[in-house]
Write a protein that binds this ligand. Structure first.
Ligand code: ZN
Ligand code: ZN
Length: 321
């Protein structure tokens, strides 16, 4: 099968071996796969991952033990837990210390004609949901995780730092429950594109110090955390979404004195993402997709994905094999 792999360098391979299907797992024919910041980080050595890249996809179940799923269009949760530890038993496979993660840790990913995942990881996609919307369920669910971590009354003032894909998704998800949400970024065209419902967008954070109830850091830069701490009001909450380990020095004193909470936030449940997709069919997810590339042009696609003006690049596997 065709596959995009990283083995020290990024490569497109025409004849990569098809995956074996463990029992209770499904073989999925991938239709589309998104290129995510994490994939780009992996090509720089993140997690020391070697193998097929990709964890954002929509596909069709080709083979599995349960006939109800065969030929169904699906998206898949990316964490595969050991099934035995305390986290797994409590439904928190995404925090299992021995977990494998699709295209990130110990498990070949979805930038290929086929990938495999446990059937229990899969969710059927409603017919009304396009492939482009479905491929964004993974990052959308990651944004939804914030709503699970923070209890909201509806009157909170939220600020999201970072006008990349994840920042915009977090701002949109907040806008489904809060009326006072501001997205702060550096790219005027991205900010313009992000407008939805009552969401405000701005390039400036001046005059906003210590005012927001919730600040989400999704800039992917160390400085974002420093800004987040200063924007957050006393006893407010700071949500860290950037997986890039922050190397910047932050003033912990301000956090102690002002009793600010810092919350780490990563993957979310797909149920939450799919629920939001159904409840808000007008959420303009399509705007986040900059372009589709056939899988053969994956290297070119990665080059475009790295550009600062690019939002989401999608690889398409439906073309000729
Ligand atoms: Zn991702
Ligand atoms: Zn486990």
């Amino acid at each position: 099968m065709r596959a995009v792999i990283f083995d020290g360098r990024l490569r497109f391979i025409e004849r990569f071996p098809e995956p074996e299907i463990p029992s209770n797992w499904a073989l999925i024919r991938v239709l589309k796969a998104g290129i995510c910041k994490t994939d780009i980080e992996i090509t720089k050595g993140y997690k020391n991952f070697k193998g097929v890249l990709g964890h954002e996809f929509v596909g069709v179940v080709e083979r599995c033990h349960n006939p109800d799923w065969v030929q169904k269009r699906v998206v898949g949760e990316i964490n595969v837990g050991c099934g035995e530890c305390r986290q797994c038993v409590n439904g928190l496979e995404r925090h299992c210390p021995r977990r494998r993660v699709l295209g990130i840790v110990g498990l070949n990913g979805c930038m290929a004609d086929y990938c495999v995942l446990p059937l229990s990881n899969l969710h059927m996609v409603p017919a009304s949901t396009t492939d482009h919307r479905a491929v964004l369920v993974e990052p959308l669910s990651a944004a939804c995780e914030i709503l699970e971590q923070i209890e909201l009354t509806g009157s909170e003032q939220a600020v999201v730092l970072g006008d990349g894909r994840l920042g915009i998704l977090c701002a949109w998800v907040f806008s489904t429950v809060l009326s006072d949400v501001t997205l702060v970024g550096h790219h005027p065209e991205k900010l313009k594109m992000a407008g939805w419902r009552t969401l405000k967008t701005t390039q400036l954070t001046a005059n906003r110090a210590h005012s927001a109830d919730i600040v989400v850091e999704a800039t992917g830069s160390g400085k974002g955390l420093v800004d987040a701490v200063s924007l957050c009001r006393p006893r407010g909450k700071i949500v860290l979404k950037s997986t890039i380990a922050s190397k910047s020095k932050i003033n912990l004193l301000s956090i102690v004195v002002n009793e600010k909470s810092i919350i780490g936030s990563r993957c979310g449940r797909f149920k939450a993402g799919l629920r939001i997709l159904e409840a808000f069919p007008d959420m303009p997810l399509e705007r986040l997709i900059s372009a589709d590339y056939p899988i053969e042009q994956a290297l070119e696609a990665f080059k475009v994905a790295i550009q600062p003006d690019t939002l989401k690049i999608v690889l398409d596997m439906t073309g000729e094999k």
